[in-house]
Design a binder for this molecule. Structure first.
Ligand code: GLY
Length: 413
């Protein structure tokens, strides 16, 4: 090769390397700026909430702008300890570890809780992260006992874990279903997979797989959008009704439900290596991405106000006319897409996750310091049909935003 050609090649190589370096530098700066912000905002939250009492887990903001907390029996108490663990992971600062340990330990009484299906959220976001980042001998036992408690809600007849103890559809005043299963329930399976691994007891793994299989059969439509609530007959095990609780209408796709499906099946593929779950995860993700607006944060329901979608008569969605976004659905999906992209080596999912994360971290969706009752993410929706948490922060949006930051930081090239 002639000298001139060699020089041109060297120049090209140099500019490619410079470009990669610049990209890496921008990524590091983006992560660092968000971590510094999240740490400062969460310091304020800690100061406002005080020590854990079993009754003061941050959940959302009241209409007057103050913090709304819950007791530990709500479905959300694991998220705040989980966010503290992610801050520890992102900063390496022992201060966060001490807070995370304290808030996690306060949830120990839940290990025997069987009142609803959300034990995976409650215990795996807290104790699961604790065991991963700063293991203690008691953590494994607590997680195994929690998996046992969750498993009491599985029936060999229906082959699914019962979500709530009963369910009244919004379109019907007289019916009460006694075996409702919601798409969100896929998220509780991660703790079951983990419990099987550490205990050697395959029962938890089998329950998780059976639940995931029945959910594929009954929760998905042909386009891989999801129904929110499926009710089963406990004698015949047949599906008796398909409804929504938090979506716009019974036949619509509630965006957070779709997010739980993407995350749940991505995780189930990671834990089982079975391609059928990957197929569901990618098709559910493709539906979500195809229906996103320009800023990558979905409306709270993908079919909001569309022809053929009618809210139930007791649903506040019938009166509520604003077209609101749900940033929590974006945060959950963003984190899931980082994992899905990594597992499949799919650049498109990673690039979509990065765009989503940048949108969530923009002034449109990230709260100014000291505002938003000290939560990180703005513009979430808890449940419009129930008239609760409308355009508010939600503790789980913050948790999955931080998890997405961790996954982005750890992304292998
Ligand atoms: N799992 C309840 C919710 O997503 O609102």
């Amino acid at each position: 090769m002639r000298m001139k050609q060699l020089t041109v090649l060297a120049l090209i190589a140099f500019s490619v390397l410079a470009c990669v370096d610049k990209e890496q530098e921008e990524k590091n700066e983006f992560i660092q700026e968000n971590v510094t912000y999240a740490a400062a905002q969460t310091e304020k939250m800690l100061a406002s909430v005080g020590e854990p009492t079993g009754k003061n887990y941050p959940r959302t903001m009241k209409d007057d702008g103050s913090l709304r907390t819950t007791n530990m029996y709500d479905w959300t108490p694991g998220f705040f300890p989980g966010s503290l663990w992610y801050l520890y992971e992102l900063t390496g600062d022992d201060k966060w570890k001490a807070d995370a340990e304290k808030w996690t330990a306060s949830l120990e009484p839940l290990k025997t809780f069987t009142g609803h299906h959300d034990l995976g959220f409650m215990m795996y976001c807290s104790y699961g992260n604790a065991e991963r980042l700063a293991p203690k001998p008691e953590y494994k036992d607590i997680l195994i006992e929690s998996a046992g408690s969750l498993s009491t809600r599985f029936s060999g007849k229906t082959q699914v874990i019962k979500s709530w103890n009963d369910f009244r559809p919004m379109n019907d005043d007289s019916t009460v279903y006694d075996y409702p299963v919601i798409i969100d329930n896929m998220m509780n399976l991660e703790m079951l997979f983990y419990a099987s691994k550490i205990s050697g007891d395959k029962r938890y793994y089998d329950i998780a797989v059976k639940h995931a299989d029945m959910t594929i059969k009954n929760h998905f439509r042909d386009d891989f959008s999801t129904y929110h609530v499926i009710s089963y007959d406990t004698i015949s095990s047949n599906v008796v009704s398909k409804n929504t609780a938090q979506g716009f209408s019974d036949n619509s796709t509630w965006s957070r439900g779709q997010a739980w499906a993407i995350y749940g099946y991505t995780m189930t593929y990671r834990e089982t290596n079975d391609k059928k779950y990957l197929d569901v995860a990618t098709k559910a993700a493709d539906y979500f991405i195809r229906n996103l607006p320009e800023d990558y944060v979905p409306l709270w329901d993908f079919n909001l106000g569309q022809e053929g979608y009618v809210p139930g008569k007791r649903s506040y969605a019938a009166e509520f006319k604003e077209r609101l976004k749900d940033a929590s659905a974006a945060a959950i999906t963003c984190s899931a897409l980082f994992e899905l992209g990594q597992l499949t080596d799919n650049k498109f999912y990673i690039e979509t996750a990065v765009k989503m994360l940048h949108s969530l971290a923009s002034p449109e969706y990230r709260a100014p310091l000291g505002e938003n009752a000290d939560f990180l993410i703005l513009h979430c929706v808890g449940s419009i049909p129930h008239r609760t948490e409308i355009d508010k922060p939600l503790v789980y949006a913050d948790y999955y935003f931080l998890e997405a930051l961790v996954r982005y930081k750890n992304l292998k090239k």
